[in-house]
Design a protein around this ligand. Sequence first.
Ligand SMILES: CC(C)(COP(=O)(O)OP(=O)(O)OC[C@H]1O[C@@H](n2cnc3c(N)ncnc32)[C@H](O)[C@@H]1OP(=O)(O)O)[C@@H](O)C(=O)NCCC(=O)NCCS
Length: 196
Amino acid sequence: MNALTPAWQIRVESPDDDARIEALNAESFGPGRFAKSAYRLREGVRPVAGLSFVAVENGILRGSVRFWPIRVGGHEELLLGPLAVESNQRGRGIGIGLMQAGIAAAQKGPWRGILLVGDEPYYAKVGFARLPPGRVKFPGPVDQDRILGLSLKAGELLTARAGEVSRTGGPGPHSGPVAEGGRVAQPVGRSAPGTD
Ligand SMILES: CC(C)(COP(=O)(O)OP(=O)(O)OC[C@H]1O[C@@H](n2cnc3c(N)ncnc32)[C@H](O)[C@@H]1OP(=O)(O)O)[C@@H](O)C(=O)NCCC(=O)NCCS
């Protein structure tokens, strides 16, 4: 391996990763993660199977990203988050790598776009941009400046549609192995870069 090759690798999350992802999210976001608006969208819903990735290095879990099904104006789209990287491993490109893996996988699916609530300067690195104020309405209070979107399909710009953002009906055909907010995983957290 040379200096340009990262030692960490990205793979699809498996049920065996649940406990470590849970611990990473707890460490990264603290108990406040359950109070955020985005958490209301994940509650009782499972992340999308095949779209949640982990970064591992020598058997150690370095980072995790999950994507959730949400409804935007009546159409199923994706919500990115939580995204977390071990505190002593940040700045190595792991967060960007995780998101790129998820976005590439999402581009093969039926969704038109991805939403998140987070810092635009960070998420712009993978193509997210701020949505016009009022374009989408989250349940509960959300800082409009932190609502970001990424179109997955050319000509179907998420920014062109308006709508209420709501939960999907619960575990369904896109469900993955882990119920965030239920038995295992728990998201939401401090209002730093990430998805609130
Ligand atoms: C946000 C987080 C996932 C980034 O992971 P990471 O692996 O360190 O990110 P990367 O190494 O891929 O990218 C680092 C780059 O992003 C920049 N960056 C990080 N956070 C940023 C922010 N809030 N705003 C702007 N840029 C940011 C870094 O300065 C760095 O830039 P550079 O490449 O020009 O030096 C990580 O810091 C983390 O887990 N934070 C706590 C949890 C959290 O807030 N998650 C947010 C989403 S839920």
